[in-house]
Unconditional design. Structure first.
Length: 330
């Protein structure tokens, strides 16, 4: 991007000197008009003004413009061409989200799954340079969105997630394995899975620990998050009499989630409410920072020559007009 800057902008104050010059010129012209006595002005009313009468003020205008341009030259204008080179070492992240029935528990507002979707959306928005994908799991797992930098599409697909897309259950191992499958060929300097669940592994074809060992083989770190309050949580249940709530015990296999994180070099977190969940994603965001190097370059070019040339031309024009068109005979 190119724009104009001035090395000595303080000289612009000299423009104020033009004000007394203009005032002096106006007062001078008011008091220097010649007077002739005529008995009758009737014959002079239709006499047109000579172009010299109007043109004589041009000399003063040229002089003022020339002085203004000289002040601009003193300010030393120069063009600045700026550009930036951005080097980014991105991180590839797969979000693995549990969408089992227990995620409808309302110990989070409005419930666990909606709270998770909102926080994950904020997390995605805060990482514009990373490729991020989304896997959901219940009794089995599937890819909702592959790795992408089109985060608007990713967030739309995230908000489309709802309970009932898959048969109920909790296949933690399949969720991790599916995420690894999307990351294994990645060339990113860092590969991460963020797995969020509120239960115990009870379905799936791949054992969670086996999936963790596979993740370790491919250099994938797995951060595990257990969501759910301590004790019991209200879960909505549809009955012939409408929606009813049952208090169900919160069962999270924390030793398993801790072992998965430890095996892969990640970390386990426990979220018991919306704010703690938001804080966990903020902490992961700090731990997995994308390396971005920005080098700024500037190129300066002096631009005073054209301003000085314009001032010189005005001075020459004033001199020529004064000594040709508006020449006075002594």
């Amino acid at each position: 991007m190119i724009h104009i800057e001035f090395s000595s902008p303080k000289y612009f104050l000299l423009v104020l000197c033009l004000i007394p010059m203009i005032v002096w010129y106006v007062m001078k012209n008011r008091s220097s008009t010649a007077a002739l006595n005529f008995s009758n002005l009737q014959g002079l009313k239709k006499t047109p003004f000579s172009y010299k009468y109007i043109f004589r003020h041009v000399l003063f205008v040229f002089r003022c413009l020339a002085l203004f341009l000289i002040i601009i030259v003193m300010m030393r204008p120069h063009s600045v061409n700026k550009w930036k080179n951005v080097t980014s070492e991105g991180i590839d992240i797969m979000m693995a989200l549990d969408i089992s029935g227990s995620m409808l528990a309302e110990d989070f507002h409005p419930n666990r799954i909606e709270a998770a979707k909102n926080v994950i959306s904020e997390f995605i928005t805060g990482r514009p340079t990373d490729r991020i994908g989304l896997v959901v799991f219940s009794s089995e797992s599937f890819t909702q969105c592959p790795l992408t930098t089109d985060h608007a599409v990713l967030i739309n697909l995230l908000h489309d997630i709802k309970f009932g897309m898959i048969e109920d259950g909790t296949a933690i191992g399949d969720g991790i394995a599916n995420s690894i499958n999307r990351l294994k060929d990645s060339k990113a300097v860092s590969k991460v899975v963020i797995l969020l669940t509120d239960g115990e592994n009870n379905r799936g074809e791949i054992a969670p620990i086996t999936a963790a060992e596979i993740a370790k083989t491919y250099g994938v770190r797995v951060y595990t998050i257990g969501v759910g309050t301590i004790g019991t949580a209200p879960i909505p249940v549809e009955t012939p009499f409408g929606k009813q709530y049952q208090q169900m015990e919160v069962k999270i296999d924390e030793p398993l989630l801790q072992q998965i994180a430890k095996t892969t070099g990640g970390k386990y977190f426990r979220a018991t409410n919306n704010e703690k969940l938001r804080g966990i994603y903020a902490e992961i965001d700090k731990m997995e920072k994308t390396k971005i190097e920005v080098s700024e370059h500037k190129k300066y070019e002096e631009e005073y020559f054209m301003w000085g040339l314009a001032a010189f031309i005005l001075i020459i024009m004033e001199f020529l007009i004064k000594n040709t068109i508006l020449r006075t005979i002594p």
